[in-house]
Design a protein around this ligand. Structure first.
Ligand code: SAH
Ligand code: SF4
Length: 343
């Protein structure tokens, strides 16, 4: 399938116009109108060209379900794509900080045992335009519901972004283009399971996106039980890639740690994690487990979470706890879709 108009970067959009005999100068109003600028006027040749575009050149992402958290600040959207596949996007609002969480694949091939998306298996990669369209859907909703602009993106929805590197990065390059939605690159976080070749590639990408690595285990043995692809990219290689990323970018890397009761939330694990990350410019983000039907793991008690955090901090590691906002909207990865029973 040809890439949709939403999934073409500015240069490619110009080439697309030229291929149809339309002057390249019209790429600017076209790009602006595709990417969220209101009231853009189309010169007649562009208007004529646009009128002839078949629907299959545009992304169609229809909202098929919407849930709201009890506190009213989190909205989770289930979007149906052209082939009927469904993906999730989430709007997370904090006063003064609105963030869109986007999916990069339908399902995921990485098979992490605690994750609803992993339990679903892999169906397909998303096209760049489908990732862009999610951002626009969430952004428009944020403006309608709260009168607030989304200024942050996190690639933490369904799928492994670096397994779908080209489409993910092209979508982000479009979404951070100053002629369009104009999100600041540093306000974009790409969360990865630890896809080592992808991390090394991202380190060399011209735009400085923030990298977040999901660790969850402090030894290969423990990590492989939760994250099967640790066998392919073991901890030593992963830490080496993180070090390289931080050195090339002169940028701190975020480390995500999902706390699972009795599995990776004890003091000994926190001490081993501190030792493992010693000397790396990282910040640890602790995430309490969101229970899923396919995994029997337990939620850590609040006291354990804080003890884990304190142990890391005493060892000199900056550590924060992510609030479990949105748990009542099934905002854990892949859970809304899992619940809707969609295919
Ligand atoms: N594939 C990427 C990004 C999507 S998952 C990755 O794995 O990083 C985003 C984050 O949600 C990851 O840190 C993942 O480990 C975490 N996650 C997945 N399922 C979860 C669950 N049931 N409870 C808590 N965190 C979960
Ligand atoms: Fe895929 Fe991330 Fe879920 Fe693992 S946690 S299965 S990498 S989406």
């Amino acid at each position: 399938m040809a890439e949709t108009l939403e999934g073409l970067d500015f240069e490619s959009l110009g080439e697309r116009l030229v291929a149809d005999g339309v002057n390249r100068v019209h790429a600017l109003p076209l790009f602006q109108s595709l990417h969220g600028r209101d009231g853009v006027r189309f010169p007649p040749p562009l208007a004529r060209w646009m009128a002839g575009r078949a629907a299959d050149e545009r992304v169609v992402a229809e909202e098929s379900a919407l849930t709201e958290s009890g506190d009213g600040w989190t909205r989770k959207f289930l979007l149906r794509l052209r082939d009927g596949a469904e993906v999730e996007s989430v709007l997370m609002g904090y006063p003064g900080r609105f963030t869109a969480c986007l999916s990069t694949q339908v399902g995921c091939a990485m098979g992490c045992v605690f994750c609803a998306t992993g339990q679903m298996g892999f169906r397909r990669h998303l096209e760049a335009g489908e990732i862009v369209a999610q951002a626009h859907h969430v952004t428009r909703s944020s403006e309608q519901l709260f009168g607030e602009r989304v200024r942050n993106l996190v690639m933490m929805g369904m799928g492994e972004p670096l397994h779908n590197f080209d489409s993910t990065v092209r979508a982000l390059d479009i979404l951070t283009d100053t002629r369009g939605l104009n999100i600041g690159p540093a306000r974009v976080s790409i969360s990865t399971v630890g896809h080592v070749p992808g991390i090394r590639r991202l380190a060399r990408h011209p735009k400085r996106y923030t990298l977040a690595v999901s660790l969850h285990g402090a030894s290969d043995e423990e990590r492989s039980k939760l994250i099967p692809v640790n066998r392919r990219w073991p901890l030593a290689e992963l830490l080496d890639a993180i070090r390289e990323f931080a050195e090339i970018r002169r940028q701190r890397v975020l480390v995500a740690w999902t706390l699972i009761g009795g599995v990776n939330d004890d003091r000994g694990t926190a001490e081993r994690l501190t030792a493992l990350l010693e000397g790396l410019p990282v910040q640890v983000n602790l995430i309490p487990l969101n229970p899923t039907d396919g995994y029997a793991g337990e939620v850590s008690p609040g006291e354990r979470v804080h003890e884990f955090q304190r142990t890391l901090q005493q060892g000199g590691l900056p550590a924060t706890v992510r609030q479990r906002r949105g748990i009542d909207v099934d905002a854990g990865c892949g859970q809304l879709r899992a619940r809707s029973g969609a295919q």
